[in-house]
Design a protein around this ligand. Structure first.
Ligand SMILES: Cc1cc2nc3c(=O)[nH]c(=O)nc-3n(C[C@H](O)[C@H](O)[C@H](O)COP(=O)(O)OP(=O)(O)OC[C@H]3O[C@@H](n4cnc5c(N)ncnc54)[C@H](O)[C@@H]3O)c2cc1C
Length: 391
């Protein structure tokens, strides 16, 4: 088979652009396709990401960052607050991005490294031929085919590449967090922190977030699990906004789903790799997926480059990518899936109690290990069975 490309990447979100950039930097012939007419819009994200997850890959351009924060404040139903430093608060706290600019910037890096980037182009079919893949594309009404040694599916939550490739990425409705977010102006909050409200009172099966984007302007949103409430995410958000920020103006609305399935068994098949939300790499508790999309994209690009050098595109070779993500953020996905199931059983009173038991500590000083020891000490019945996950 004559190949048009070494690697075709489907989807130019953070996972796809990072994969394409890594492959192109390693000298591969790469095509990155995006079905939307503009990369990065419309934004379906609260845009929070830890500093470390960006800084390990890029020199930060200030234009990508709407706001830098120093930590997170968590509010429980009775108003108890816990303040976490940025280092402790997880993969979504540190920077609040302008994803419209950020997503475009990574795609541009891929292009500068030699990848061919095309927009308004949708992958509509895929079939395997001897030692390669034929991908059917539709661009401005015209159908055409390209041949590639490897296809990387970075096509987000609605991924079709996984299904075409025979990778089991089935998500049950009960494992899709239903999210809605308003970009709000003229509201008042501490802009140096991201803010989270937990408990059934606010968002059954999820949480409310407020991520500052500047003075008086913030992404205010929530996710709920359909198994935990009959009311829609919008009803819950409107109720929250009415109570907390009745003075605010809604200047943008975003809705979307986040897969909170926990890790899938494999993200590869012969000639195929999945990255980011397509590989169900979003965190089961926070729903955050940018950090893992970038890292997974880097791992996939690296393994694809080695596969092309070795001329081996078999599942057996590509499994090296599975090993990389599983030994890295896969461990957290696994742990947080167990925690998520536990959290779903907690009532609001328990959230209040847990928060009160650590409320007196300066959590910018305390390590995660010490924090868990304190939680177990004060709530032995509740926390004991989780100790092995942390200690
Ligand atoms: C409301 C909401 C808030 C969120 N907040 C956060 C947050 O604060 N922090 C965080 O880390 N994560 C957050 N997330 C999750 C985060 O947005 C995703 O995990 C992240 O965007 C995953 O990146 P990706 O590259 O895998 O997929 P995406 O960013 O979804 O990109 C996939 C791309 O593939 C394209 N595509 C799809 N099908 C095709 C096709 N057939 N052909 C061509 N192109 C195709 C799509 O148009 C899209 O551009 C949030 C999600 C939602 C819904």
């Amino acid at each position: 088979m004559n190949y048009d490309y070494d690697v075709v990447v489907v989807g130019a979100g953070p996972a796809g652009s990072m994969s394409a950039k890594t492959c192109a930097e390693n000298g591969l012939k790469v095509l990155l396709i995006e079905k939307r007419q503009e990369i990065g819009t419309p934004v379906r994200c609260a845009e929070g990401v830890s500093k470390e997850s960006l800084e390990q890959f890029f020199e930060i351009d200030k234009k990508w960052i709407a706001k830098e924060v120093v930590g997170a404040i968590i509010y429980t139903p009775d108003g108890t607050t816990v303040r976490l430093s940025e280092g402790m608060a997880g993969n979504e706290v540190g920077y609040v991005l302008e994803r419209k600019i950020f997503d475009r910037a990574i795609a541009r890096m891929a292009s500068k490294s030699g990848a061919e980037v095309v927009v308004k182009t949708t992958a509509v079919s895929m079939r395997r031929e001897k030692d390669g893949v034929v991908l059917g594309l539709r661009r401005l009404g015209e159908y055409y085919e390209v041949k590639s040694r490897i296809v990387i599916g970075a096509d987000g939550i609605e991924s079709r590449v996984g299904k075409w490739g025979g990778i089991d990425t089935t998500i049950k409705i009960s494992e899709i967090e239903s999210c809605i977010q308003y970009l709000m102006s003229d509201i008042s909050f501490d802009p140096d922190y991201t803010h989270f409200w937990i408990g059934r009172k606010f968002a059954p099966g999820g949480y409310v977030w407020l991520f500052p984007k500047g003075d008086g302007i913030a992404n205010v949103g929530l996710g709920v699990l359909p198994t935990q409430t009959k009311e829609s995410a919008k009803v819950w958000l409107d109720r929250f906004v009415e109570e907390h920020y009745p003075e605010g103006e809604i200047i943008e609305v975003v809705a979307g789903g986040v897969p909170v399935t926990g890790p899938i068994e494999t993200a590869v098949a012969d000639n195929i790799m999945l990255v980011g939300d397509a590989a169900r790499h979003a965190d089961p508790i926070t729903g955050g997926g940018i950090a893992n999309a970038l890292k997974g994209g880097y791992f996939a690009g690296d393994v694809a480059s080695k596969a092309v050098k070795a001329r081996d595109y078999s599942k057996n070779f590509l499994k090296r990518y599975d090993e990389l993500w599983k030994n890295d953020f896969g461990k957290t996905l696994y742990r947080n899936k167990i925690l998520q199931k536990k959290f779903l059983k907690l009532d609001d009173e328990t959230f209040n109690k847990l928060a009160k038991s650590i409320g007196n500590y300066d959590l910018s000083e305390i390590s995660v290990k010490k924090l868990v020891v304190e939680l177990i000490k004060h709530n032995p019945k509740l926390m004991w069975d989780l100790k092995d996950l942390f200690l």
